[in-house]
Design a protein around this ligand. Structure first.
Ligand code: ADP
Length: 150
């Protein structure tokens, strides 16, 4: 018997959770697509966050539901506005990697008050998007932790 309290055991379990086992498939759009098309993609793919990539498939931005709502409030034709005009761009983008602790990624979501992080691989010329880590992924991991216990 380790003499650890239930809380310490739970905390040990939490620190074993790694991003690679919990993330979802990323949904990306090119930076030249219109706000209108991005809204369509968000509905069709049923996600709350889109990642924006350039022609080399490298991460250049993030689009949330509110970004798209905000853009819709103007009088412009949404088919004429490319998403790179309204997206959140570097250096503001928060990311995580497959080997990161789920706990560290969760902290990033909270500290930055955001719903999702792109899971990235660092390339010579930029970041390749390989996944999407959301609050839902973290909630699921939390629930699974209890299921394993019973
Ligand atoms: P919503 O806008 O639907 O509430 P978020 O809370 O995720 O969704 O987004 C809030 C703001 O933060 C938006 O402007 C969005 O572009 C930005 N944002 C979302 N995810 C990230 C991220 N991973 N890195 C940097 N900014 C982000």
């Amino acid at each position: 018997y380790t003499g650890k309290t239930g809380f310490e055991l739970l905390s040990d379990q939490l620190k074993k959770l790694i991003v690679r086992h919990h993330h979802s498939v990323p949904v990306v759009v090119n930076d030249q697509v219109s706000v209108y098309d991005a809204i369509t993609t968000m509905f069709l793919e049923d996600v709350g966050t889109l990642f924006v990539v350039n022609d080399h498939s490298l991460l250049v931005g993030v689009l949330s539901r509110k970004d798209l709502l905000r853009a819709s409030m103007g009088n412009q034709d949404l088919s004429d506005v490319p998403v790179h005009i309204i997206m959140t761009r570097n250096p503001k983008i928060k990311v995580c990697e497959k080997d990161d602790l789920l706990l560290d990624a969760a902290n990033k979501l909270i500290e930055n008050q955001i719903d999702a992080l792109p899971v990235v691989i660092e390339r010579e010329d930029g970041l390749e998007v390989v996944g999407r880590l959301t609050k839902t992924n973290i909630t699921k991991a939390f629930v699974e932790l209890v299921k394993e216990d019973v």
